[in-house]
Design a protein. Structure first.
Length: 84
């Protein structure tokens, strides 16, 4: 089921939960540095597919997420994509 988040906080909460599941890490917040989580490229591509499905957006180049250093950077990217 696709749901469209209405706020930055909703996007952040969703991403923190998903990234925590992928990385098997509990202490994640928007200031967490992605490179410290040990997430492999296959998992990141899967995360981006989940982001597309959940937020009804299209990410033309999934590698763009590798340029994002922090969870907050991914949240900002998702919000920008949702808002055109």
């Amino acid at each position: 089921m696709t749901s469209r988040a209405n706020s930055t906080q909703e996007v952040s909460n969703w991403l923190v939960k998903k990234i925590g599941e992928i990385s098997d890490t509990e202490n994640i917040d928007s200031d967490t540095k992605i490179s410290t989580l040990g997430i492999n490229s296959v998992s990141m591509v899967g995360l981006m597919a989940d982001v597309e499905d959940n937020f009804n957006i299209e990410i033309d180049d999934p590698s763009v997420v590798y340029q994002k250093m922090y969870v907050a950077d991914i949240v900002d990217f998702v919000m920008e994509s949702m808002n055109g």
